[in-house]
Unconditional design. Structure first.
Ligand code: ADP
Length: 351
């Protein structure tokens, strides 16, 4: 069980700061999900840990061993890490078992030990029956499990997953998420799982780190991130929150356009108390559609359309220039009498 500890990691590509003083720590046997928009630096972090990118500053340690930071960085093949990419890099001319055995061959394991270990790992990823098959006879999900087995076979200290499930369709993706969680728990394996998919990050991570333009903007358990997004960016990115500019004063948020006034009691202040210019972030599950268009904490809205979802229908509304999403459990498609959205829960940040 090895801890991964990255401190002050900087990576620059010309004038682009791909990683900016990144501190991330993953306890041994736990999964860190790294999520953020495209270009936020997720893959660069993984590549820096794997050794394909050399940071301009910072240290990276695994299990107390320094990979980057003390003189010459340890080369990728000596880092003891496993990596799985989005597109399964499985060799077509080798059987499933030969693919998985390859890292052990390179490490000069003897045949008996190699065959034993390959059988063990194939059983773990539920591919025991397919050991002799050619990769082109497998489904996408099975091929991705071959990549996973190959990354696991040499008992890596840390497994790095770069959008490893992103090319798969549901429900296969959901079953591989479960497999990764089981593997981490049973093998006490430390994992970093990079994804642009917010729901996947929250489902899979023991801890979730949100990246924005090369910076870690929040790290916490999925429940912490859900309950308390620490910035307007995280509220928008993780919660699909709409943001209204206004002011906090006298125990009340008032929007600049005068359309909304909400008492502080209905609001959360995840980044600390706010007084003066502020943003109010309104997540879809913090709003309720109502018939009236005015009143305490009510914004006048015009319903545009709605999307069906298992947790309820998401109604898309407009209020002035603002587009709002409102999660309405059990509500039907037609909402003719809706004229307002009442704020039940919102987050306020200084601006
Ligand atoms: P993500 O994985 O979150 O989509 P990346 O880590 O791939 O983001 O990229 C972060 C930033 O670094 C982006 O602005 C990207 O264009 C830039 N970048 C990544 N790799 C290189 C490279 N090899 N050369 C130049 N710029 C790069």
């Amino acid at each position: 069980m090895s801890e991964l500890d990255a401190r002050g990691v900087d990576v620059r590509f010309g004038s682009t700061r791909a990683l900016d003083s990144v501190d991330l720590c993953v306890e041994g046997g736990r999964i860190l999900a790294l999520v953020g928009p495209s270009g936020s630096g997720k893959s660069t972090f993984l590549r820096a840990v794997a050794g394909f990118v050399t940071p301009d500053a910072g240290t990276i340690r695994v299990g107390g061993r320094t990979l980057v930071g003390d003189g010459v960085p340890v080369p990728p093949e000596r880092r003891g890490l496993g990596m799985v990419f989005q597109h399964h890099a499985v060799w077509p001319h080798m059987s499933v078992a030969e693919n998985v055995a390859y890292p052990l061959r390179r490490a000069r394991w003897n045949r008996v030990d190699r065959e034993k270990r390959v059988a063990e790992v194939l059983a773990t990823v539920e591919l025991g029956d397919l050991a002799d098959r050619a990769p082109d006879t497998l489904s996408g999900g099975q091929r991705q499990r071959v990549s996973l087995a190959r990354a696991l076979v040499a008992r890596p200290e840390v497994l790095l997953l770069d959008e490893a499930l992103s090319a798969l369709d549901e429900p296969l993706r959901a079953s591989l998420r479960l497999m990764l969680r089981r593997l981490a728990a049973e093998n006490e394996l430390t994992m970093v799982h990079v994804t642009h998919d917010r729901d996947e990050a929250l489902a899979i991570g023991d801890q979730v780190a949100v990246l924005d333009r090369g910076r870690v903007v929040q790290v916490g358990s999925p429940a912490e991130l859900d309950a308390s997004p620490r910035s307007e960016f995280v509220a928008r990115f993780l919660h699909d929150a709409a943001c209204v500019a206004g002011r906090m004063s006298g125990g009340r948020f008032r929007s600049d356009d005068g359309r909304v006034s909400v008492p502080a009691a209905a609001l959360g202040f995840p980044s600390g108390p706010v007084d003066g210019p502020a943003y109010l972030a309104l997540p879809p599950d913090g709003l309720e559609l109502v018939e009236e268009s005015t009143g305490e904490g009510v914004l006048p809205v015009e319903v545009l359309t709605s999307l069906y979802g298992r947790r309820g229908r998401t109604v898309i509304c407009r209020s002035g220039d603002l587009e709002l999403r409102v999660l309405t459990p059990g509500v039907d498609d037609a909402l003719p009498s809706t004229r307002g959205a009442r704020v039940r829960r919102g987050f306020v940040y200084s601006r």
